[in-house]
Design a protein around this ligand. Structure first.
Ligand code: A3P
Length: 316
């Protein structure tokens, strides 16, 4: 549904007619708004979000580029925040066992596209939400309030490969005629839906360095290598109070790739927009790009990584 242009408001149509337009991988049209390339549907979601979303100081917003660990981060932080209400140890009935993480943590611009009048004010406190919106384009109240942002980024080669397979599953016909060489080039140039991803990462990276109490920067790779330690860092940042080691272990295990990807709800389920939940679970590895990218394509992404992140202190 996020790929369509149905249900657009007149305001979105008017704005779209003034924006730069390109044919992109996966989509026949994408539009450049505030420096980023979007589908019409998500662009509308972002516009409504910018206009209507009122952040509260207690809010927690998870931010990622697509395919950078969104599903996993949603599960971990949801389980962490709800560990008293839904203890993981005693649970044959933890919500994560029967519900896909995307249904437990609302996706701001996706919800606003599908239900422009959705009452985020009705969510229990602290409200936990996620977005892919870039730092400069966040709703003003997110920046001015004391709400917390947890940003997760992933090695760009793994992220690209994850996106590549996801797109092919989602839209086999649209992607069939688009060779991987062209997709890598578009990815590196930033002319990719959701891109440029480089700026997205750098902007949150610098925001976390300028204001470490507001933005916590984590990586998929660190989460994978030391999930418990990273979860404790997230818990401390969010002011979650003391967590027992046993609780940490239980949450890490419940949210692991093996555990979540084998649940019935994540193998057979569908989101309300029709997306199959299994598309969010593929391999869940570090360095999995090797079986999809040739050496020269990997080198092309590496050159871009070097060019974009040189001197930033960020290393992939
Ligand atoms: P791969 O395609 O490399 O396997 P997102 O959630 O942002 O859409 O990212 C999806 C990527 O995260 C996919 O990567 C998916 O397999 C991986 N993933 C999903 N759940 C995970 C988990 N619990 N632990 C580790 N990786 C996970």
């Amino acid at each position: 549904a996020y790929l369509g242009d149905e249900d657009l408001t007149q305001e979105t149509r008017d704005l779209i007619s003034s924006l730069a337009k390109e044919k992109g991988w996966l989509v026949s049209e994408m539009y450049q708004y505030q420096g980023r390339w979007h589908t019409q549907a998500l662009l509308q979601g972002i516009l409504i979000c910018q206009k209507r979303f009122e952040a509260k100081d207690s809010d927690i917003i998870l931010v990622t580029n697509p395919k950078s660990g969104t599903t996993w981060l949603k599960a971990l932080v949801y389980a962490l925040l709800n560990r008293h209400k839904f203890p993981v140890s005693s649970s044959g009935n933890h919500p994560l066992l029967v519900t896909n993480p995307h249904l437990l943590v609302p996706f701001l611009e996706g919800v606003y596209y599908e239900s422009p009048d959705f009452a985020f004010s009705g969510l229990p406190s602290p409200r936990l939400m996620n977005t892919h919106i870039s730092h400069p384009s966040l709703p003003e109240s997110v920046k001015s309030s004391s709400c917390k942002i947890v940003y997760c980024c992933r090695n760009p080669k793994d992220m690209f490969v994850s996106l590549w397979h996801f797109g092919k599953k989602l839209a086999p016909e649209e992607t069939a005629a688009y060779p991987i060489e062209k997709a890598v080039k578009a990815f590196c140039e930033g002319k990719f839906i959701g891109g440029p991803f480089w700026d997205h990462i750098l902007e949150y990276w610098y925001a976390s360095r300028e204001n470490p109490n507001k933005v916590l920067f984590v990586t998929y790779e660190d989460l994978k290598k030391q999930t418990g330690a990273e979860m404790k860092r997230i818990a401390e940042f969010l002011g979650c109070g003391f967590i027992e080691e046993g609780e940490v272990r239980d949450i890490v295990k419940l949210c692991s790739f093996e555990s979540l990807s084998n649940l019935e709800v994540n193998r057979q389920g569908k989101l309300p927009n029709g997306m199959e939940t299994k598309t969010f679970f593929r391999k869940g590895e570090i360095g999995g790009w090797r079986d999809t990218l040739s050496e020269s394509l990997a080198a092309e992404i590496d050159r871009t990584i070097e060019e974009k992140f040189h001197g930033s202190g960020l290393i992939f």
